[in-house]
Design a binder for this molecule. Structure first.
Ligand code: TMP
Length: 205
């Protein structure tokens, strides 16, 4: 059976990952592959409804983690796994690493609980490549304030929260250096995209 490739984009709010989503999709499409661009939380009708709750309704950190993973289960079953099975390349704006970074690092949810949910919910559907857009939270906040008139519940968090989120992302990357590709987001978008292309080339070999 042909299976496609799964790429996830990660980073703290304001790190600039979404800027690269469509150029990455174009790069893959130009090489003749079907591309599916999606996001988390979201990616299915139920997931998008849960996204609205997650971004705007305050809730307990464990509840938040469980709802993130509930949305993810729908996404994996209904969208990601079928696309990979038909040979498409799936590009997701965030996936499970975000739960380890935001709920684990940011909110202090038990990593053992998150690891259990990870293996239950993913069912072996793991990214082949994770692009981590890394940026100092102070710089990232400036970008969020410039581009977002109505920040959501995560975007309104303080620098200390984002320092923890960033550290948790970097810890995940250190634990899985083959899957992660860290990009220094303080560079120009052109320089970053050139580095993204090199990482994508690695997937085609
Ligand atoms: P976005 O703004 O990149 O679309 O993501 C929405 C927010 O959701 C972002 O602030 C990070 C947060 N988030 C988590 O806290 N845990 C998760 O597992 C995911 C996927 C996103």
């Amino acid at each position: 059976m042909t299976t496609g490739k799964f790429i996830s984009l990660e980073g703290i709010d304001g790190a600039g990952k979404s800027t690269h989503l469509n150029p990455i999709a174009e790069w893959v499409r130009a090489r003749g592959h079907e591309v599916l661009v999606t996001r988390e939380p979201g990616g299915t009708p139920l997931g998008e409804s849960l996204r609205q709750l997650l971004l705007h309704q305050s809730m307990d950190p464990d509840t938040e983690a469980l709802v993130m993973f509930a949305a993810r289960r729908e996404h994996v079953l209904k969208v990601i796994a079928p696309a990979l099975q038909r040979g498409a390349w799936v590009i997701s704006d965030r996936y499970t690493d975000a739960s380890f970074a935001y709920q684990g690092g940011g909110r202090g949810v038990s990593l053992a609980h998150l690891s259990y949910l990870e293996s239950w919910v993913e069912g072996g559907v793991r990214p082949h490549l994770t692009l981590l857009f890394d940026l100092d939270p102070i710089e990232a906040r400036k970008r969020v304030l410039k581009g977002t008139p109505h920040p959501d519940r995560f975007e309104r968090e303080q620098d200390a929260f984002f320092n923890q989120v960033r550290a948790a992302y970097l810890a995940r990357a250190a634990a899985e250096p083959r899957r992660f590709h860290i990009l220094d987001s303080s560079q120009t978008p052109e320089t970053i995209f050139a580095q993204v292309c090199l990482a994508l080339e690695g997937l085609t070999r």
